[in-house]
Design a protein around this ligand. Structure first.
Ligand SMILES: C[S@@+](CC[C@H](N)C(=O)[O-])C[C@H]1O[C@@H](n2cnc3c(N)ncnc32)[C@H](O)[C@@H]1O
Length: 466
């Protein structure tokens, strides 16, 4: 078995043992040291590489050995795609036991044209626990960092001034924030003691309109100095069209605030995807690779089939991206989403694109997809459901609701083949057949691969024959 580990290594078998090899590369020969023996696997780290294995290239990023971000930059892009496809098909193998033909699983990957500078959103972390590089002199100051978490060591932050997968405008904002934040004297957050002020910097760019949103996430209670920092940042980086100050008292390290104040601009950016206008605010999900997101929309459109006069549900809809882009002439479009700010964006997006027949419902889909709730809302039964859950996949109660609603066509979108391998068998057992799946790379240099699965409800007679 071959698997790309999200922490930037590989998982596989060595003899009878299951091994997780940090910084390992498929096909490489290495000398490794066993770090830990767990019941299910052995954790090891590469000490020395004897042979690099196929497809090794010089990574562009100076931090690739330490950073927990895009860890597969040292593999040639075609090799990355080959490995991702193999790992995805392997993870989907349980579907074969449910009667799925191997040809219905993804057989190729739609590559991205832009593999660097592609991310339209980055979340950088402030920390008073900077990761000190082995090359630095002993005693180097380590009380301030703005950057990305270290691979496998979440408490430490790698201080960076440049990230290769965001744009040059993003890198300029990162550098300016670093300099101005240091000069402001505001303390970087201590994620163990839960003290300090500055927690996260979020940079979000609309690639089609050039608008840029910056969110400064801080601990509560520092409005004035943070406003001064924001003013200096906007003056230094005129590309910033809007800036939001979000305050978070949460212990968890999440780049979102409980409250938000708009300090500059309108508080959101506008992006265009497949000719549809989208307003996106700091808290809303939006696909991170704009060009590939347009292709994703096309694949979802193909999988959904003609939608004229049909009732379409967009489940886990975010700001309404998939539904508004594919279901232009649907009889009814219903979007369901947990995050209230995303629902507000989705409603604004329906207005922006003059979709009077689109409705968006806030709440957990475990509740909002229940028959009684749908009856209260006056939602007709769906002919087609687009389902794009978070990485962890669907709650079993949502799978039950889908089986009860029984749309003719179900388009399931996921960047996690393991979650798909858990969710799809229940849908297959409940009367659906997998008619095909396609894969697109939305996250170059990472171990994630987006797949679109098309499921059709079998008629009772066909189900009985199967
Ligand atoms: C992968 S995103 C997809 C968003 C959207 N389909 C798109 O393409 O932009 C998953 C979305 O599910 C939402 N979500 C997560 N858990 C949810 C739940 N229990 N109920 C409803 N929505 C949920 C997240 O807030 C997020 O917007």
């Amino acid at each position: 078995m071959l698997d790309l580990d999200p922490a930037g290594g590989v998982r596989g078998r060595a003899g009878s043992e299951h091994v997780w090899l940090a910084r390992g590369r498929p096909g490489a020969r290495v000398v490794a040291r066993v770090l830990r023996r767990r019941r299910s696997h052995v954790q090891a780290a590469v000490l020395r590489e004897l042979e690099p294995g196929p497809g090794r290239v010089e990574p562009r990023c100076a931090h690739v050995a330490d950073c927990g971000g895009c860890s597969f930059q040292d593999l040639a892009y075609p090799r990355q795609l080959e490995l991702l496809l193999a790992a995805t098909r392997e993870a989907l193998a349980p579907l074969l036991a449910c009667g799925v033909e191997p040809g219905a699983l993804p057989t190729s990957v739609e590559a991205a044209a832009d593999t660097y500078g592609y991310r339209n959103k980055m979340d950088f972390t402030f920390s008073n626990r900077r990761w000190v590089l082995a090359s630095e002199p002993a005693g180097a100051a380590s009380d301030f960092a703005l950057g990305l978490h270290l691979a496998g060591r979440h408490a430490k932050v790698l201080d960076i001034r440049r990230c290769e997968i965001q744009s040059e405008a993003g890198n300029e904002i990162l550098r300016a924030t670093h300099e101005l934040a240091r000069a402001s004297g505001l303390a970087a957050w201590d994620s163990r003691a839960h003290i300090g002020v500055l927690r996260h910097l979020v940079i979000r760019e609309a690639r089609r309109t050039g608008q840029v949103l910056v969110a400064l996430v801080t601990a509560p209670g520092h409005a004035e100095p943070v406003a001064a920092l924001a003013r200096a940042l906007v003056a230094r980086c005129p590309s910033i069209t809007t800036l939001v100050h979000a305050e978070s008292a949460r212990l968890a390290n999440v780049a979102l605030g409980e409250t938000e104040r708009v300090l500059h601009g309108v508080g959101w950016i506008e992006e265009h995807l497949c000719g549809v206008r989208f307003r996106i605010s700091a808290r809303s999900f939006f696909q991170v690779h704009t060009a590939q997101a347009e292709r994703l929309v096309e694949r979802v459109r193909e999988a959904a089939g003609p939608l004229r006069d049909r009732v379409v549900y967009d489940i886990c809809c975010g700001a309404g991206t998939l539904g508004l882009a594919v279901a232009r002439d649907a009889r009814e479009l219903w979007g369901f989403e947990l995050e209230p700010a995303a629902v507000e964006d989705a409603r604004a997006n329906a207005r922006l694109n003059e979709r009077e027949r689109a409705r968006f419902v806030a709440g957990d889909v475990r509740d909002t997809l229940r028959a009684e709730r749908l009856a209260e809302l006056g939602a007709a039964r769906p002919d087609v459901a687009l389902v794009d859950p978070p990485r962890a996949g669907l709650h079993p109660r949502v799978v039950d609701s889908l089986l009860e609603l029984a749309p003719e066509t179900l388009v399931y979108v996921s960047c996690n083949a393991r979650a798909a391998a858990r969710d799809l068998p229940a849908l297959l057992a409940g009367g659906y057949a997998l008619r095909g799946a396609v894969a697109l790379d939305l996250f170059p240099h990472t171990p994630h691969l987006e797949c679109v699965y098309r499921l059709e409800h079998r008629t009772p007679a066909a189900a009985a024959q199967a």
